[in-house]
Design a protein around this ligand. Structure first.
Ligand SMILES: Cc1cc2nc3c(=O)[nH]c(=O)nc-3n(C[C@H](O)[C@H](O)[C@H](O)COP(=O)(O)OP(=O)(O)OC[C@H]3O[C@@H](n4cnc5c(N)ncnc54)[C@H](O)[C@@H]3O)c2cc1C
Length: 430
């Protein structure tokens, strides 16, 4: 358990999750069962689970061994509770949750940073698994999806390129050419997350030129490339926020893979990328809500216990009361926007404007919430004793990854203007 009160001594604090009267029993059961594991199995050992150190030295072998055993123990409990891999159907080892159930589960499991991997739903594997379920052949399921789901393999998604704007996937230049029964791939990617550990990458490749026949979004194909294929050259893990990372820069140089490694029909790469991002944005935003929830609990705890000038606790200071109110509003507005968007998606309504709205609004709210928590904790807020530093850089990164803010704001404005040009105004009730 991390130190959380005024003098940084250890104090247990649990996530307070109760049934929501307006939700059906199944969603409530999933939320409560997830919270039970977070509270009983994860929070009490959170400082040991990842064998992290803040003194510049790596963790000892014993600490790593202990961390590995603890993680394994939690994963076993998660599986027994039938909460493993909420994004996958049962035939592939998942829970077969509905979209809304998964969304509501995420706000609970994201309370503890890194817990997603203990529930078998960690990016980029989770996105790749969804693409493999939808676009993969039975042979691809056996060869790649099952080992990935069982944790025997790791994967990466290789789309972004250093020389082209990732915010415009139509600009990508990594090329795949057919030569007999093989794809020959040449190109330069970067920020392929999990690149070092991955056994294979799903690579977004151009398989038609911009002026070739066919729609603008039918020129790309996603192709499975095993990491050990000759010509796959990892240049480096790109340092992120001043630290070494596994977000890899990779050159694909005359990489040959069987034609059968392509996912779906030729030209469906763009559609598959959209599939990956649409629902994924709901899940990411609900994760951010869970992280904000944690920040809020920690911040209020500190405000109630830290004594300042004159011996009064921070709760008597109006600046601090403002922090509580502003963070409450940031979290509630984010949460309600995401739930509303998810409900529209589930109902099959046009939710594009709402998806872009949450993609911009929620990371910004998360940034504000964690920023206030850091301020309240003072020096401890930027120390490695609390989870804020990772949350802060994570929230900032979210404003770029999966489409930068500006691109989503342009989309929102376009959708609104289209309607007004058509003689209609906006109906905020639908
Ligand atoms: C930590 C991290 C992990 C990542 N993991 C992966 C991964 O696993 N696989 C992968 O393929 N990619 C990954 N990415 C890459 C990510 O998807 C891209 O960074 C993102 O799509 C933006 O592309 P870009 O970096 O090329 O920025 P650009 O597209 O060059 O945009 C840069 C900036 O230009 C501005 N801008 C862009 N378009 C417009 C516009 N139309 N109007 C006004 N302003 C605009 C915005 O301010 C934007 O931030 C990751 C990125 C990060 C930071």
């Amino acid at each position: 358990m991390q130190p959380s009160n005024a003098d940084n001594t250890v104090r247990a604090m649990q996530m307070n999750v109760k049934p929501i009267p307006t939700l059906d029993d199944e969603v409530n059961e999933v939320r409560l069962a997830t919270a039970e594991i977070i509270n009983e199995d994860i929070l009490p050992v959170e400082d040991k689970l990842w064998a992290s150190t803040s003194d510049g030295r790596g963790p000892s072998r014993e600490a790593q061994q202990e961390a590995s055993e603890l993680r394994h123990g939690v994963q076993e409990r998660v599986k027994r509770a039938k909460l493993w891999a909420p994004h996958l159907p049962p035939e592939f080892g998942g829970m077969g949750l509905s979209f809304m159930q998964h969304a509501y589960m995420n706000e609970v499991l994201a309370y503890s940073p890194g817990a997603a991997s203990l529930f078998g739903v960690v990016a980029p594997n989770s996105g790749n698994q969804k693409i493999l379920v939808k676009y993969g052949t039975p042979e691809q399921h056996q060869k790649w999806l099952i080992p990935l789901t069982e944790g025997r393999m790791q994967s990466g998604f290789s789309m972004t390129e250093p020389m082209n704007p990732g915010s415009d996937p139509r600009s990508l230049t990594t090329r795949a050419e057919l030569d007999g029964d093989e794809w020959v791939i040449n190109g330069h990617k970067w920020f392929t997350s999990n690149g070092h550990a991955a056994d294979f990458y799903i690579v977004m490749c151009r398989t038609a030129d911009p002026d070739d026949p066919g729609g603008a979004n039918e020129k790309m194909t996603q192709i499975i490339v095993p990491k050990n294929t000759p010509g796959v050259n990892i240049i480096r893990g790109v340092p992120v926020w001043g630290k070494a990372s596994s977000h890899c820069e990779i050159k694909y140089e005359n990489v040959r893979v069987p034609k059968d490694n392509q996912l779906g029909r030729t030209g469906t790469g763009h559609a598959a990328a959209q599939d990956r991002l649409g629902a994924g944005r709901i899940y990411h935003c609900m994760n951010s809500v869970g992280s904000m929830w944690r920040c809020f609990d920690l911040m209020v705890d500190r405000i109630m216990t830290r004594k300042v000038h004159g011996g009064e606790t921070l709760e008597h200071k109006q600046f601090m009361q403002g922090f509580i109110a502003d963070s409450y509003m940031d979290i509630q507005s984010s949460r309600l926007m995401v739930v509303d968007c998810a409900q529209k998606m589930e109902a099959g309504a046009d939710s594009r404007t709402d998806i872009s709205s949450i993609k911009v609004y929620v990371p910004a709210a998360y940034h504000r919430v964690v920023d206030r928590a850091i301020q309240v904790y003072g020096a401890a807020g930027v120390s490695g004793d609390f989870p804020f530093a990772g949350m802060y850089t994570g929230a900032r990164t979210l404003r770029i990854a999966d489409g930068p803010d500006e691109v989503h704001k342009i989309l929102i404005a376009k959708n609104v203007l289209r309607r007004y040009h058509a003689g209609e105004s906006w109906d905020f009730g639908n």
